[in-house]
Design a protein around this ligand. Structure first.
Ligand code: TRP
Length: 367
């Protein structure tokens, strides 16, 4: 069992009542089957995953996705990690401090254990052939389909911009290019990314039907990762200023946790529905300690928010200490960090150019 799973399983279970006997969720079923296949034949899979470089990666990323990427890599799966720099422009006019954010992200990846010898770290704007796939792909989806994407709808609703750009509207198609340029066939996702993966599958299927078999239809690998709330009790997010960065110092971590929202009930329990603030802190400690959140809560008992925050701070700082030490060490040699990204870009360009060549050949008979 991986570190995430004990706490994740508890977090995913309903607050009351027995666990359901039959899992009715098809995406979860499929993911469980895929996990078995990965163990049997990791070399059959190419994972495609990534992040937008909008700010420092935080503990939500660590327990939600980073940890899982390293696990897959260590199982022998070929992992591609994209720093989605063009995607930054979906909901803002300028990509602020892009180089700084990208380099910080590479540092975070390396510090958590993504190994550039085995995995490929690269960014959108360095891979022209990837971006070129966007044009044929756009021709394969209708405006009505793009309009129905619930995640894009939600992002538009929360966007700080007064109008919706064409890039915002079409970025799931760009993401299809991110995944398909290297024939990624496995995409670890949270629920919010499932509609995007459907777009990718549609694009792959229609391309193959129209022009001949070129692309795999990638599978979503739903993570069991629980949702960590930020220090204000809403979703932990780079842009909301409520996150605990991976790279925070022990003191910064203590200060951020001290400021977290709790409630007046001294008895600490794990009850995400009724007590989201307290429960998220309990969950964070449980994830760091690789323990069950109910047991962690019980141990703190009547200690109140102060004892809870002490426990969480210590758990986070202990768990993150090696990652942070490694990150600090790597940060002393930024030339190396930049070289990792350059080498990843070279590998990504090779894959993108080979795929684009296949696409050209396949389309030639038709257009
Ligand atoms: N949309 C993803 C996010 O916001 C980032 C991303 C871009 C991505 N391209 C991708 C994830 C391709 C998986 C595969 O987190």
């Amino acid at each position: 069992m991986s570190t995430v799973n004990t706490a994740a399983a508890a977090a995913a279970a309903p607050a009351t009542g027995p666990a359901p006997v039959i899992d009715v969720d098809p995406a979860r079923h499929r993911s469980a089957e895929l996990e078995r296949q990965i163990l049997r034949a990791p070399e059959r899979f190419r994972v495609m995953t990534g992040d937008r470089p909008t700010g420092p990666l935080h503990l939500g990323h660590y327990f939600g996705t980073l940890h899982n990427r390293v696990r897959l890599q260590d199982l022998g799966v070929d992992v591609f990690v994209i720093i989605a720099d063009y995607q930054v422009l979906t909901d803002r006019d300028v990509a602020d401090r892009l180089t700084e954010h990208m380099e910080a992200m590479v540092l975070d990846y390396l510090a958590v254990g993504i190994d550039p010898e085995r995995s490929t770290i690269f960014h959108h704007s360095a891979v022209p052939a990837l971006n070129q796939l966007m044009l044929p792909f756009l021709s394969l989806v209708s405006v009505a389909e793009l309009n129905r994407n619930p995640t894009v709808k939600d992002e538009i609703a929360h966007s700080r911009q007064s109008s919706v750009s064409g890039l915002m509207f079409t970025y799931p198609v760009h993401q299809a290019a991110d995944i398909l340029f290297c024939k990624g066939n496995l995409v670890p996702v949270g629920r919010d990314q499932l509609p995007h993966l459907e777009v990718t599958r549609t694009v792959a299927r229609r391309f193959n039907e129209r022009y001949g078999e070129v692309f795999p239809e990638p599978d979503a690998l739903l993570s069991a990762a629980p949702l960590l709330l930020g220090t204000d009790g809403t979703k932990m997010s780079k842009s909301r200023g409520n996150s605990i960065p991976l790279a925070a110092t022990a003191d910064e971590t203590a200060r951020l946790i001290r400021s977290a929202t709790t409630d007046a009930d001294r008895c600490i329990t794990y009850d995400p529905e009724a007590r989201p603030g307290v429960s998220s802190l309990v969950l964070l400690a449980a994830l760091c300690l690789d323990r069950d959140p109910h047991a962690v809560a019980e141990e703190i008992g009547d200690g109140g928010a102060a004892a809870l925050k002490r426990t969480v701070t210590e758990a986070v700082n202990d768990r993150m200490a090696p990652v942070r030490a490694r990150r600090a060490e790597l940060a002393r040699d930024m030339r190396y960090v930049r070289a990792v990204l350059r080498a990843g870009n070279v590998r990504a360009n090779e894959a993108a150019e080979a795929t684009l060549e296949e696409v050209r050949k396949a389309m030639h008979g038709v257009v």
